[in-house]
Ligand binder design. Structure first.
Ligand code: FES
Length: 158
């Protein structure tokens, strides 16, 4: 499931993006500012950003989808990132992802029904030598397995 997406007004969005409009390459700073304000880049922000930067909605949406740091819905209390790049996939990452997603009952990018965990893909954490790699709330985990990830998520919940 996805958490309820915030519905900021056009004026709210304009206020958040205004300080960044004069920057060189303003789109990424604007998207970061929007995500910092609402925990995600809500759909409502896309046309406002597109208009302000003279871009199409598709261009803005394309950037939001391309960068895995941007979310289209707010995250749960914990964010678990599982590496889907080649080295990790070859070392059990695929099976680990399937086990974790199955156990939590979510798909990529989704949050558990209790709002505890969001699972997101990541494409190489620089830990290929310790594959499969994961990240729990910003902490990298090498040679990850389901039990270790469970323990880290439980620890973070304490
Ligand atoms: S491929 Fe997974 S950490 Fe590099």
């Amino acid at each position: 499931m996805r958490h309820a997406v915030p519905q900021p007004t056009v004026d709210d969005i304009r206020e958040v993006i205004a300080p960044h409009l004069d920057r060189e390459g303003p789109l990424l700073p604007i998207l970061h500012a929007v995500q910092a304000a609402w925990g995600c880049v809500p759909d409502a922000a896309v046309p406002v950003i597109a208009e302000a930067l003279n871009l199409s909605r598709a261009e803005v949406h394309g950037v939001v989808s391309f960068y895995h740091d941007f979310r289209e819905a707010p995250a749960g209390r914990h964010v678990l990132r599982l590496c889907r790049a080649e080295a990790c996939q070859a070392m059990g990452g695929k099976a680990l992802s399937e086990a974790v997603l199955g156990k939590l009952g979510v798909s990529w990018g989704e949050t558990t029904a209790d709002g505890a965990v969001t699972v997101e893909p990541v494409y190489c954490l620089g830990l290929c030598a310790c594959a499969p790699a994961a990240m729990v709330d910003g902490r990298v985990v090498g040679r990850a397995d389901a039990a270790r990830l469970d323990a880290l998520l439980a620890e973070g919940a304490a």
